[in-house]
Design a protein around this ligand. Structure first.
Ligand SMILES: Nc1ncnc2c1ncn2[C@@H]1O[C@H](COP(=O)(O)OP(=O)(O)OP(=O)(O)O)[C@@H](O)[C@H]1O
Ligand SMILES: [Mg+2]
Length: 223
């Protein structure tokens, strides 16, 4: 469903160039549960951003369901980003002044989701229940624990019912118990709804849960 072919990414830092990805080829099929592991600075976030269409490759090809994204219009790309792909960012990116409910609602607004007020409410409430945060809908992120915030971030991706969720370090900064519960939740969604997951981690504790492990070092894959 997502395929990268010989993707490179260079960042310019003043006069120096950083080669964050050096020819990465990777194919993710529907229903997979993939861990992307590698040391800090190896290119995990860069790879996820490019696979999630948040950033562009310097060279190489990105295909979604067999179509090259270079051939798609701006609108088509925005539609893919909004509907098909959910993203969980490194460090949550929740809006501090919004409640849990509103943070999840933003996702439907940005995705230009269909449905009336009542249908939106049902979808948001269901997502909140799925991440076991019923009762916290009106709370602000600052009133939640790290694990609860991470679950809001998952609900926000989930509410769109995307086919694939790309998660950047979803268990970073969580204690072991909470980290396992986050990974278990992702596994459940993977098994019950066939949501495809690709998550980056340098957390060895969660690796045994992955069905496939892709290793990245210095911008190159070693599967
Ligand atoms: N916006 C940017 N401008 C310049 N260089 C960048 C930028 N983003 C990332 N880099 C560089 O690209 C390389 C890969 O960074 P990336 O964030 O993808 O690594 P990572 O594997 O996600 O690391 P971490 O585990 O610390 O999150 C690093 O050398 C980093 O310094
Ligand atoms: Mg990163």
């Amino acid at each position: 469903m997502i395929e990268l072919r010989s993707v490179t990414k260079e960042y310019e830092l003043g006069k120096t160039k950083v080669e964050a990805l050096r020819g990465v080829s990777l194919k993710i099929e529907r229903g997979e549960f993939v861990a992307l592991v590698g040391p800090s600075g190896s290119g995990k976030t860069t790879l996820l951003n490019i696979a999630g269409l948040l950033d562009r490759a310097s060279s190489g090809t990105v295909l979604i369901d067999g179509s090259e994204i270079g051939d798609l219009s701006r609108n088509a790309l925005a539609g893919l980003r909004g509907g098909k792909i959910g993203f969980i960012f490194q460090g949550f990116n929740l809006v501090p002044v919004f409640s849990v409910y509103e943070n999840i609602e933003v996702s439907l607004v940005l995705a230009k989701a269909e449905g009336n007020r009542k249908e939106w409410k049902e979808r948001i409430t269901r997502a909140i229940d799925e991440v076991a945060l019923g009762g916290f809908a009106r709370n602000k992120p600052a009133e939640l624990s790290g694990g609860q915030r991470q679950r809001v971030a998952i609900a926000r991706a989930l509410v769109k019912r995307p086919e694939i969720i790309l998660a950047d370090e979803p268990t970073a900064n969580l204690d072991s118990k909470t980290a396992f519960s986050i990974i278990e939740l992702m596994r459940e969604l993977n098994e019950e709804e066939r949501t495809t997951f690709v998550f980056s981690t340098h957390d060895d504790r969660v690796l045994k849960y992955a069905r496939r492990v892709v290793r990245i070092e210095d911008g190159e894959l070693r599967e």
